[in-house]
Design a protein around this ligand. Structure first.
Ligand code: 13P
Ligand code: SF4
Length: 358
């Protein structure tokens, strides 16, 4: 029963004390979040993993790429545990390392290799969204590139343009497009790369003129949000404040009042001093939690059909109990480790992000 499970988790956590730390992403359900020692967005959780040097195990209630990142940034003797190994991310899976390497080879032919131009900048800098495999982060690190999250994407793109004439951005086309557009880059300068076509489906001139080459990936949760939902919210709730995550399609971000990472959304609501109606375009577990925490405001999800991230949802309290009790029994289950050949360049790409200041 849920009660029994709750008792087991609390007992195991108490007995483990500082030996284990539980990290929870904002999109985790409340049944899991209640046990998290630290809750945050993907950037904050990466920093938390880096800071938790005393714990022997980091139990990551989130998805696979986040656990990999925690392994890259945590101490060498710390074990990172993903309670359910099936908790992946469909967007991260859309950038396959073989396809990315093939893309890079074709781009290098068009751009004449990794040779700086007259202005000292390389022809293209690869930038990967945190939501990607460690292999992709390693690729980026090996080619002078950097990682970004939804909370620092414009800072990171500026970093990249100081070093490169162009950016290859993956996997999320929407975050790439929304961020580049806000920097004044035109849609014509942002061709999309379809890995199933030669030159990604572009001609050479388009790639030469490009500022940002966008990979074709997307988030299946955030692509559901529409401008029609925003129009409806504005009709039904005059004065509503619409905030969406930048993984939403460009027309949705343009129609919203604001866009930002999960933590941006949380802070915007916490910072509102007057009772406000908020229509939010992001994962339902976060929206419902914020609504419960802020009865002084009216907070609802733009999508009337409840849309949890199905892979985040795969972390069930039962798996958390299993991970904690195994640790007590001296066994580490579901450990996520990144091989050293990939880890070194991937860490480099992550450290560049952590060092890039807005
Ligand atoms: P944040 O970087 O805002 O935490 O988002 C992570 C994510 O997976 C969004 O879909
Ligand atoms: Fe991946 Fe989207 Fe789920 Fe985030 S919400 S973990 S991007 S599928």
């Amino acid at each position: 029963s849920a009660e029994e499970l709750d008792h087991r988790i609390r007992a195991a956590k108490a007995e483990l004390g500082d030996r284990a730390v539980v990290l929870g992403h904002f999109y985790q359900r409340d049944e899991v979040i209640q046990y998290a020692d630290y809750v945050g967005d993907s950037f904050q959780l990466a920093n938390a993993a880096k800071a938790r040097t005393e714990a022997e195990a980091i139990i990551f209630c989130g998805v696979h790429f986040m656990a990999e990142t925690a392994d890259l940034l945590s101490g060498p003797d710390q074990a990172v545990i993903l309670p359910n190994l099936a908790a992946g991310c469909s967007m991260a899976d859309m950038a396959d390392i073989d396809q990315v390497e093939e893309c890079w080879e074709q781009l290098m032919e068009v751009y004449g290799g990794e040779v700086p131009g007259a202005d000292g900048r390389l022809p293209v800098i690869p930038v990967t969204y945190m939501n990607s495999s460690a292999a992709i982060k390693g690729f980026v690190g090996r080619h002078g590139g950097i990682v970004c999250t939804s909370s620092n994407a414009s800072t990171v793109l500026e970093w990249a343009f100081e070093r490169g004439q162009r950016v290859l951005f993956f996997p999320d086309q929407h975050l790439g497009r929304n961020t580049a557009k806000a920097m004044g880059i035109s849609l014509e300068e942002m061709p999309m790369w379809n890995p199933r076509q030669v030159l990604g489906g572009n001609d050479e001139q388009t790639l030469q003129d490009a500022k940002v080459v966008l990979w074709h990936g997307f988030c299946s949760v955030h692509k559901r949000f529409t401008t029609a939902q925003i129009e409806q919210a504005r009709t039904e709730h005059p004065g509503v404040r619409v905030i969406v995550h930048p993984e939403c399609p460009m027309p949705v971000v343009d129609a919203a009042d604001e866009s930002g990472s999960t933590d941006y959304i949380r802070k915007a609501i916490e910072g509102a001093t007057e009772p406000t109606t908020f229509a939010i375009g992001t994962e339902i577990n976060l929206v419902q939690r914020l609504a419960a925490q802020h009865p002084e405001h009216t907070i609802f999800c733009l999508d009337p059909v409840v849309c949890p991230c199905s892979t985040m949802y795969r972390i069930h309290p039962g798996y958390l109990a299993w991970a904690l009790e195994s640790l007590l029994a001296g066994e580490v289950i579901n450990r996520i480790t990144v091989g050293e050949d990939v880890a070194q360049p991937a860490r480099l790409a992550l450290e560049r992000m952590l060092a890039a200041k807005p």
